[in-house]
Design a protein around this ligand. Structure first.
Ligand SMILES: CC(C)(COP(=O)(O)OP(=O)(O)OC[C@H]1O[C@@H](n2cnc3c(N)ncnc32)[C@H](O)[C@@H]1OP(=O)(O)O)[C@@H](O)C(=O)NCCC(=O)NCCS
Length: 198
């Protein structure tokens, strides 16, 4: 397995050294710190409303995860690891376990520079490794960024839910898994990705 519980990798991104890894319970402090670096729009797009911080219960849910039913990767700056800069989260459906809800969140400084695309490649691989075949995204109708991103990874079907949320699903194709694997291997070259971690 590439994206196991011990996955952690450093990489250079547009002049900054970043680290991506499986989200551990200690990330709760970074998650709390990250919210101060998000615009109201970013917070609204991810949480569908106003949010100034997280409760203990929310932090527990967001960080105490098993990697199978609930998988998440966090990204931080190597030289400023106090704040989190991005999270990709995938939560498996209890009733339909081959389907999972995906949520992405990047602080504003790191949006629109390709990091969301990178995290989606990770998401595809993590899903494939866990037997997840369908990814579901729930978002607000004005969130053009996430729609553009999802459409890169599959042929989505969208449905409008109550309260005007939109839900979009993509079925993971074998060709897309191969493409994501190739993208990650190239991205982390020359060191190849393997199950032994960094
Ligand atoms: C939505 C989000 C995950 C996209 O990640 P990202 O790193 O900004 O996306 P990328 O840089 O990989 O860009 C992917 C494509 O989407 C486009 N895009 C990203 N944000 C956009 C925006 N706000 N408006 C229009 N297009 C946008 C990019 O331009 C790019 O297309 P291009 O290559 O043709 O220019 C990120 O902006 C984010 O965290 N937003 C706030 C939280 C949120 O909306 N989460 C989604 C709820 S599940």
């Amino acid at each position: 397995m590439i994206l196991g519980l011990d996955f952690k990798r450093e990489f250079h991104w547009r002049g900054t050294d970043l680290r991506v890894g499986f989200l551990l319970p200690e990330a709760r402090v970074k998650i709390s710190a990250g919210i101060a670096h998000m615009s109201r729009e970013t917070i609204r797009h991810r949480f569908f409303g106003i949010k100034n911080g997280f409760t203990e219960r929310e932090l527990k849910h967001l960080t105490e995860i098993d990697g199978y039913h609930h998988f998440a990767l966090g990204v931080e700056e190597v030289h400023n690891p106090e704040r989190g800069i991005a999270v990709m989260r995938m939560v498996r459906d209890d009733l339909t376990p081959k389907e999972a809800e995906v949520a992405l969140l990047l602080i504003d400084d790191y949006q629109r520079v390709g990091l969301g695309t990178l995290l989606m490649h990770f998401c595809l691989i993590a899903a494939a490794e866990r037997g997840i075949e369908t990814l579901r995204f729930t978002y607000l109708p004005d969130n053009t960024g996430i729609v553009k991103l999802i459409k890169r990874f599959g042929n989505p079907k969208a449905e409008i839910l109550a309260s005007d949320y939109v839900q979009m699903k993509i079925t993971i194709e074998k060709t897309q898994i191969d493409e994501s694997l190739k993208a990650l291997k190239e991205f982390f070259a020359p060191a190849s990705i393997d199950s032994r971690g960094p």
